[in-house]
Design a protein around this ligand. Structure first.
Ligand code: LLP
Length: 449
């Protein structure tokens, strides 16, 4: 069974050929510099819907969901909505049999309104509001992940013993992993979870077990994001299983669930590593079985919460070039109509992307340019040291792949630039999922002066 997402890098000079990593599997070059995604021409989509435009390949999202189900048939796979959520996304995930990890009233209500079954949702948050907890209970979400001592009596008071709320306790195994310090959440010294070392996690577990209106289903940990190696997960398994054994010894209960969170890395650039899903499934399964056998525990059900690996590679961002400027030091700035407002990742984490010209065939030599945004900061650089044809000019269309995760979900309206529209492509047809944010939207929010 092959479930890895890795694809060979195709020859990009072949018209009509597959484009290859890191582009979606459906990406094909076409005459005139056009690039097809899901059978839809991106230049055509840009003309029809305007730019900046985010294009989501529905088949890519679905096949990624399926790859998770196939690789981890015994596990529960919950898509992490924070990567990107809209009603269509909720539908695709639901139809492909995944659960949903939500972390706000907004995500909860959008998913519920889309008809996503609340029983298959799990609520996260280091600072859940009373409104969030009440809504989660009212909707009867499947699980709530406890992430603070004060939350325990608060949630217990809102829940009722007859219908005890299923909860997990978020623990810190002391394993650091992830592409940037801002997203490494498996160790102490940051705001999430209860450290295992020192006894905080065990104390939280005791307090939850003492609440009749809470039903402790298991432990949760999320190490970080954009992890490309399996080893950190294996270490986490060892440490969390040791805690499960301690809980059994102290309280006489064997918790039936272990949630290893998300963080599965994807390639943003050609030839970058990604987390090998088949390897993850095999080695985590083996390690979990071995660790449980060592402690005389029955093997808990595994839960995983991938976000980026489900939706990131399915998205392509399209920008129109507004200006090309030659700096005094020989640098060339290619300025586009989006920037840090629709993709804050380069400025937040130094995230790297690739970019290509779309909709015009060029035989000009490639030259090195900085693709910059339109916002009022020198740091608004989308793709530094990009390779684009030397005749790149205003009016050209640029496409940036792996744009599906943590771009729109973290987008802002900086400089009162509206957030982009989102379009889904499938079988040669494009349909708009989210309309562009307009100046009228901004004016409508003005209710006083
Ligand atoms: N579960 C929990 C509890 C999480 O906090 C996250 C992500 C996930 C699952 C999904 O992680 P993923 O599989 O998508 O890596 N904005 C950053 C990433 C932030 C991740 C936040 N938590 C970025 O763009 O790199």
């Amino acid at each position: 069974m092959t479930v890895t997402f890795a694809r060979p890098l195709a020859d990009r000079s072949l018209e009509g050929g597959a484009v290859g990593s890191p582009w979606p599997a459906s990406a094909r070059t076409a005459p005139g510099g056009e690039l097809l995604l899901g059978g839809v021409g991106l230049a055509e989509a840009a003309d029809r819907f305007g730019t900046p435009l985010y294009v989501l390949d529905e088949a890519e999202v679905r096949s990624r969901c399926r790859a998770y189900r196939e690789a981890l048939p015994q596990a529960e796979v919950l898509y992490a909505a924070k990567a990107f959520l809209c009603s269509a996304m909720a539908d695709w995930v639901a139809e492909e049999g995944l659960g949903l990890d939500v972390c706000s009233v907004g995500e909860l209500r959008l998913a519920a309104a889309a008809g996503f079954p609340p029983q298959r949702m799990l609520l996260h948050g280091n600072a859940k509001s009373p409104e969030e907890l009440r809504l989660a209970l009212r909707l009867r979400v499947g699980r709530i992940v406890i992430d603070g001592l004060a939350e325990i009596p608060r949630l217990a008071a809102l829940a009722v013993a007859d219908e005890a709320q299923r909860v997990l306790v978020r623990v810190l195994p002391g394993v650091a992993a992830g592409h940037h310090a801002a997203v490494r959440t498996g160790v102490a010294g940051q705001k999430f979870g209860f450290p295992i070392e020192g006894g905080d996690a065990a104390e939280a577990v005791s307090r939850v077990l003492a609440q009749p209106s809470l039903s402790l289903a298991g432990l949760h940990c999320h190490l970080g994001s954009q992890i490309t190696e399996v080893e950190p997960f294996l270490e986490a398994v060892d440490r969390v299983v040791a805690l499960l054994a301690g809980i059994r010894d102290r309280h006489g209960v064997e918790l039936p669930e272990l949630d290893l969170g998300g963080g599965h890395g994807v390639p943003y650039l050609a030839d970058e590593p990604e987390l090998d899903l088949a390897e993850f499934a095999a080695r985590v399964g083996e390690r979990l079985a071995a660790a449980c056998a060592e402690h005389g525990l029955s093997v808990p059900r595994l839960l995983v919460e991938p976000g980026r690996a489900v939706v990131g590679p399915a998205g392509v961002a399209l920008y129109r070039v507004l200006a090309v400027k030659h700096g005094t030091d020989g640098r060339v700035f290619v300025a586009v109509d989006g920037g840090m407002s629709d993709n804050p990742r380069p400025s937040l984490y130094g995230a790297r992307y690739t970019v290509r010209l779309v909709g015009r065939a060029s035989t000009a030599e490639p030259w090195e340019v900085d693709v910059v945004g339109r916002h009022c900061e020198a740091g608004d650089v989308l793709v530094p040291n990009a390779q684009l044809p030397a005749d790149v000019r205003a009016g050209d269309l640029l496409a940036v792949p792996v744009a599906g995760a943590y771009q729109l979900s973290m987008a802002s309206s900086y400089n009162l630039v509206g957030r982009p529209a989102v379009v889904a492509v499938r079988d040669g047809r494009a349909r708009q999922l989210i309309r562009r944010e307009t100046v009228e939207d901004f004016l409508n929010r003005e209710v006083g002066r």
